[in-house]
Design a protein. Structure first.
Length: 256
């Protein structure tokens, strides 16, 4: 059996241009046998934990329903506050979103992003989810307008019925769920939502009482209450002010 020193000693030196990798290789060369064993034990444990996360994490991301069918990719480093006239508010909401995402790495609670169309609610919500997925949390995105569209098709097509069932199960399973543009599915008017959508959202909100749900909406909480009823809204919207990211005051920057 090869010794620890033999195993690590067989690792070839990376190019010096790859400074971090080359320095790591140099560090290994100066380790004692005891330090090398501890190093390998740590790497084995990290690999085991990563494998367990992969096994235990539901495959929910692929069940996401994106607006227009196009996945949005965004991280906090992509947030460009200089596009906004009110740069102070643009910085503030990004800091608030980052702070909440850091808290959500070890806790579970709901967050809502409020504001007009095109101000970046979805982008910041995706940045939060991106940060959380990097810690191993499972996530899923549901555009509520796309969900209504699938419900429309489900009455005539069995494939749409199966997709709705998968989306609903994914919404139950994932650690973090984004309900994107909640309220727009009512057709742009503050009116009671259709019964099938109401029932589906009630089941989802009920199933997620101990998990994290992030909501983006153009509507006020009062308007959402008229669309979905206070029973559902009270389950979805956070009670604590610091968990409400108010982006009213920012302008539409789509296309800039």
């Amino acid at each position: 059996m090869r010794s620890v020193s033999d195993v690590l000693g067989a690792i070839k030196a990376p190019p010096k241009e790859c400074k971090a990798a080359y320095q790591a290789w140099l560090n290994i060369q100066t380790m004692t046998d005891k330090e090398k064993r501890a190093f390998l034990d740590k790497k084995n444990e990290e690999a085991t934990q990563a494998a367990l996360k992969e096994i235990m994490t539901p495959k929910t991301w692929g069940k996401s329903l994106w607006s227009g069918g196009k996945e949005v990719k965004f991280s906090f480093s992509d947030w460009n506050y200089s596009k906004q006239e009110n740069q102070g508010l643009a910085k503030q909401v990004a800091i608030q979103a980052k702070t909440l995402s850091d808290q959500l790495k070890i806790d579970s609670f709901n967050v809502v992003l409020l504001g007009g169309a095109g101000v970046g609610k979805t982008s910041l919500a995706i940045a939060m989810i991106t940060a959380l997925r990097r810690t191993g949390k499972s996530a899923m995105v549901i555009s509520t307008t796309e969900l209504v569209s699938k419900l429309n098709r489900s009455y005539d097509f069995k494939d749409a019925q199966r997709e709705i069932a998968k989306v609903e199960q994914g919404a139950y399973d994932c650690d973090v769920l984004l309900l994107d543009d909640l309220g727009t599915e009512s057709g742009g008017r503050v009116k009671e939502i259709r019964t099938d959508m109401y029932d589906l959202m009630y089941r989802i909100s009920n199933a997620r009482t101990a998990k994290t749900t992030i909501i983006t909406t153009n509507n006020t909480p009062a308007e959402l209450g008229k669309i979905y009823s206070e029973k559902i809204v009270s389950r979805l919207l956070p009670k604590r002010k610091e968990r409400c990211i108010n982006m009213n005051g920012l302008k539409d920057v789509r296309g800039l």
